[in-house]
Design a protein around this ligand. Structure first.
Ligand code: C2E
Ligand code: CA
Ligand code: CA
Ligand code: CA
Length: 281
């Protein structure tokens, strides 16, 4: 920071400069990461809260930088989004996820109805040829569209309702399932929800975490579950970390759970092991 005299420092300017430099480096690095194969997709099990079996996986992107090591998606996804690199990166994630799932389905009888959930960013969703890309990926992987779930957030729909609705309907025509991610944290698109072909609401973990104590969040989770069911949707709770969470969520009528209580996101190899052992909770 620059000393401007009388105890005033120009911390802000140099900070902004550092951030701009960091951002440019991150863009260069992200581009290179895709070319050099530094990305991996991890898979976090989604569990049926009644039966305790795996119903599918959420695909979560991982980046191992050769010098900096593991870099969190919270750091690089926003940069990938801002630079537009999320489009080719996201397409790569879709391709990996569909082909991994297809392998598991072919390899294990008890895996033939598993699904894979893939996060779709706002920019990716706005891409002109998203549907063609998805068709190609399904064709190349041999996966039936009904086993693919796309996770979008409320921000994808807000301000873009008619276009979003039309794309969602075309995805639905391919039997692809649609989830609203981080439900309850975004701007409310509640008034439109019943007119969108959405199958699943994912309750954000900020609502799930406090439900093991007696408090208002339990009412919020209950309200989301009731809303979902009245619209013929299912509910996945994110951030399930304890047995008490599981018990409470079951009592509240939530169908599925995902979180460290069951499993952290796994490498494709570890997910294969889990399936080979027919793991149950
Ligand atoms: P998300 O879609 O809400 O994913 C769930 C995040 O919660 C993941 O973080 C997951 O590792 C973490 N998580 C799962 N269970 C628990 C738990 O029990 N406790 C806690 N505290 N956390 C849990 P992750 O992998 O760091 O990803 C962060 C975000 O980055 C994701 O949030 C998603 O928005 C974004 N992201 C990750 N992969 C992709 C991708 O391929 N494409 C796009 N567009 N976004 C992605
Ligand atoms: Ca997600
Ligand atoms: Ca989420
Ligand atoms: Ca979340």
């Amino acid at each position: 920071a620059k000393d401007l005299g009388k105890g005033r420092y120009r911390v802000f300017d140099s900070g902004m400069h550092d951030r701009a430099v960091n951002f440019l480096q991150l863009e260069t690095n992200l581009r290179r990461a895709l070319e050099r194969g530094e990305f991996k997709v991890n898979y976090q099990p989604i569990v049926d809260l009644q039966e305790g079996g795996i119903v599918g996986f959420e695909a979560l992107l991982r980046w191992h930088h050769p010098e900096r090591g593991h870099i969190s998606p919270a750091e690089f996804i926003p940069a990938a989004e801002e630079t537009g690199l999320i489009v080719p990166i996201g397409e790569w994630v879709l391709r990996q996820s569909c082909s991994h799932l297809r392998n598991w389905q072919c390899q294990y009888d008890h895996a033939k109805n598993l699904t894979v959930s893939v996060n779709i960013s706002v920019k990716q969703f706005a891409q002109i040829d998203l549907l063609n890309r998805i068709d190609d990926i399904l064709k190349d992987s041999g996966l039936n569209g009904k086993f693919l779930k796309l996770e979008i957030t409320e921000s994808t729909i807000v301000g873009n309702y008619e276009v979003a609705k039309s794309i969602l309907e075309q995805l639905k025509n391919r039997n692809i399932q649609l989830s609203i991610d981080d439900f309850g944290t975004g701007y409310s698109s509640l008034s439109h929800l019943h007119r969108l072909p959405v199958d699943i609401l994912k309750i954000d973990r900020s609502f799930v975490d406090p439900i093991d104590e007696d408090n208002d969040e339990r009412e919020i989770v209950q309200a989301i579950v009731t809303l979902a069911h009245s619209l013929n949707m299912n509910v996945i709770a994110e951030g399930v970390e304890t047995a008490v969470h599981v018990e409470q969520l079951r009592n509240l009528g939530c169908e599925y759970g995902q979180g460290y209580y069951f499993s952290k996101p796994l490498t494709a190899e570890a997910a294969t092991d889990l399936l080979a052992r027919k793991h149950h909770w």
